[in-house]
Design a protein around this ligand. Sequence first.
Ligand code: FCB
Length: 456
Amino acid sequence: MNSPLPLHPRHRFPPDFVWGVATSAFQIEGAATADGKGESIWDRFCRQPGAIADGSNGDIACDHYHRLEADLDLIAGLGVDAYRFSMSWPRVQPDGRGAVNEAGLAFYERLVDGLLARGIKPYLTLNHWDLPQALQDAGGWAARDTVQRFVDYARLVAARLGSRVASITTHNEPWVIAVLGHETGLFAPGQRHRGTAMQVAHHLLLSHGLALQALRADGCPARLGIVLNLSPIGPATDSPEDVAAARLEDGRSVRWYVDPLFKGAYPDDVWQHLGGDAPHVEPGDLDAIATPMDFLGINYYTRGVVSASGAWSAQTSGKPLTDMGWEIVPEGLTELLVRMHRDWTLPPLYVKENGAAFRDTLEHTPGGARVHDGERIDYIASHIAAVGDAMAQGVPMAGYMVWSLMDNFEWASGYAKRFGIVHVDYATQVRTPKDSYLWYRDFLLAQARARALVAA
Ligand code: FCB
């Protein structure tokens, strides 16, 4: 293929480095009511007028639920070591409590077995945002009882799949669930109250720690951890006001999660700032949250720039932007990883999501359909190199995963934002590997050849 970039980012990666690609249940599965699946908060949220930019929903999405085998072949065709997917909680427990919905669980058994048959390690995420609506009706993540419901769900899943998957992530991006879901209201369940958001964040972290303890007590052999969305956060200018605002934002989006997980304490400055919106914490909660993990997953897309007046704009920063309007800053990933390694004692780190939306066009050529997404190749290659730069500075990195395998339902943005390395025509469900898929495949082949040389 005609790769516009050199195949190798400038680094060699160790032979046991895990290369992968990621998706999540609500964004690709569709089959919203099939085989006894219950309603999730995202099913409900999509029906709220104005909630989703294009008025769409996840009812069909990529219809992955009905196209599993073909999609598994697409994953296998990449030559990845691992596939990161999430389970829809209401598919497995329609009301978020009680007996397993066997038909729903069977789908994930087919998925996991299909990966194993193709030599791909399953990386399972328990909660990628689609809480059962029945639990939301009982108070959702703001209610302490949901913590125990999650622990029960985690145990039930691990009892069935724990010995077949390589890794179990409790939650994907608790900041997003807490803040976008409960403070700004841009995501499900669409609430707007800071105190609620902080209680939600606390219950997510607590349920993570208690689930880890329960799975270990049950003898679950999978490696256990959490995935956080993190960015380096800097001030727009050197003014003391901007510096203070950036420090607080770093506190709210980074330290508020990493400190309790790895130091067993919430950061004082943020706690003071929150005043009456600080969460209710019971004795023993912080010890549970700090239960040791086998890995920490990090999702990285862009940096954060903060000004006290809110005047700063990515549109005028001079950096290239993706179709989400996010600045493309690969060196921000190196900066973030180096800082993580410096400021906390951490288990092995993975980049669990990294990728970009661009306005792709499907071209019909005599040789077949093509998508020339050179910008996405450039984005992925430069960020892989940024991971290598962090490793060269001593950060122990265990893996990297592209977001996403295929175009999918991008939450409040609907289907207009395309993150896939495989193009999806939503009218026909035809999948077309983009140039970035072919590039990643060739890159992984080169990595595999280098590994074989090392082994020989
Ligand atoms: C992350 C989400 C993922 C996807 C990407 C673009 O925050 O985890 O589901 O939407 O952003």
